[in-house]
Design a protein around this ligand. Structure first.
Ligand code: SF4
Length: 211
């Protein structure tokens, strides 16, 4: 993979690198590295999550794979024709994404799922490069406010001009940014994000891609 977009050996965030080492000691079979983007390199739909989950992406090495956060996401991707299957089990299963790619604003597992500002900023260069490589008329689906702000920052735009809002579409010139609440266990269990709401966001994404 293009090193400007992802570096498996990156340890630029000392706190995260140390935390990955610590987790690796406890869980020898876990991936415990920066997690690469997954999907179609030519995709016009880029989904941006927050960061790998401890027992999900950090364990398997694929975004939203192996824990609760990916269940609804891959179901929707399959329903809307972006994924060959409705679940992502492991980095070496035969799941294929078409016209869609998933990445994270922060590529390494943060303690308590909370990256600090400096880590979001340091990893933002990778995201900026990934956004730069998107084809014309692409759609970026940001899952949650942190992902939304990371995208705005990566495109060097003013945060004050583009506030996060579920199901809100922001015209960023070359790309359209679509916001959704994150499909985390917490948000789905509390019904802050219902399957119907998430499906509605995918309808919006599909409509934008067809415009
Ligand atoms: S979060 Fe990003 S910038 Fe920081 S160490 Fe991981 S890959 Fe590198």
């Amino acid at each position: 993979m293009d090193k400007s977009v992802f570096d498996r050996g990156c340890r630029a965030c000392p706190r995260l690198a140390a935390f990955l080492d610590e987790v690796q000691e406890k869980h020898e079979d876990y991936y415990c590295r920066p997690v690469p983007p997954f999907g179609d390199a030519e995709a016009r739909l880029l989904i941006v999550g927050l960061a790998p989950g401890m027992h999900g992406a950090n364990r398997t090495g694929r975004p939203f794979t192996g824990d609760h956060a990916g269940i609804l996401l891959y179901q929707m991707l399959h329903k809307f024709g972006f994924a060959s299957h409705d679940e992502s089990l492991a980095a070496d299963d035969d799941l294929v994404l078409t016209q869609c790619r998933i990445t994270n604003a922060v590529k390494c597992l943060p303690p308590d799922n909370k990256p600090v500002g400096a880590e979001i900023n340091t990893c933002n260069d990778f995201l900026a490069n990934e956004l730069r490589l998107l084809p014309a008329a692409s759609v970026v689906l940001a899952l949650g406010g942190i992902a939304h702000r990371a995208v705005i920052k990566a495109l060097a735009m003013r945060q004050a001009d583009f506030k996060f809002g579920h199901a809100t579409i922001h015209d960023l010139g070359d790309v359209k940014l679509l916001d959704s609440y994150h499909c985390s266990r917490y948000n789905t269990n509390t019904r802050r994000l219902t399957p119907e709401m998430f499906e509605g966001v995918f309808v919006q994404a599909q409509t934008l891609l067809r415009e």
